[in-house]
Design a protein around this ligand. Sequence first.
Ligand code: DGY
Length: 317
Amino acid sequence: MRIVIASPVPQAVADRAEAEFDAVLSQERELDAEALVATLRSSAARGVLVSSRQKLDATTIAALPETVKIIATCSVGFDHIDHEAARARGIVVTNTPDVLTDATADLAMMLLLCAARRAKEYAAVMDAGWRKRFALNEMLGVQPGGKNLGIIGMGRIGRAVASRARGFGMHILYHNRHRLPDDEAIGTRYFDMLEEMLPHCAFVSLHMPSAGSPVMTRERLDLLPRGAILVNTARGDLIDEEALLAALATGQVGAAGLDVFRGEPAFDLRFRDFPNVFLTPHMGSATIETRNAMGWRALDNLARFMEGRHPPDAINY
Ligand code: DGY
């Protein structure tokens, strides 16, 4: 079965795609919408593997040739694909849940710790050539142990972050669409209302899909205890960035660790000016193990579909 792999993938994924499919690979560059449509037209492929960086809006979906029946995104998030437009055209969309949970949860903890322990400032000291010892009262960070971490969105990644944070001695509070049946057993405290949870959080970490409008608004940032630390590895549009910049400037938010931004890859360069904001470029899943697993999972979905069966990770059918 012919498929197009529209984004460069790790070699082990490319090898399997070539072994199991009649695959047209684009290992040199990620195809933009125009090139994607052109390649799908010329190849008459039935399926396509894309990344979360490739936006498939209603216009692009409408331009796809009739031959295309499945879009497998190599990501857990699928806000870059108009899956309803795809469904209306009879195109199945699949994602890759589960396999990036650990890598993303690891990154959330890394950002939390880097923000808490002033990693950006200390790294800058070393980059500049450390010459002077610090006094006992200089450049002090804060310790996560014994503090409350508020997790917003308690799906797979939220739970993985909770289990890691417990290892650091943190107390876990969470807000979610619904309460987990085992939340007390796993030592977490549920808050039905975000407004009730935020005043108790020394740290907050976001783990929910794109909501269309910010969840961390100016009003909600103001509800945090002064100096709270904010971590975002989910989606940039979950935070009102203008409000966060203002809260960082006043010290209402004490530090932040951010991997995702509104309008990526462009991001508000003012974040760089804050020594207490640790920034990474949307790389939560960027480990070889996870990227291989994501690619294979996307190929599993394509293979299942080509066998005439329901792909396990279909999100719009
Ligand atoms: C995902 O899989 O949704 C990650 O954010 C990578 O894009």
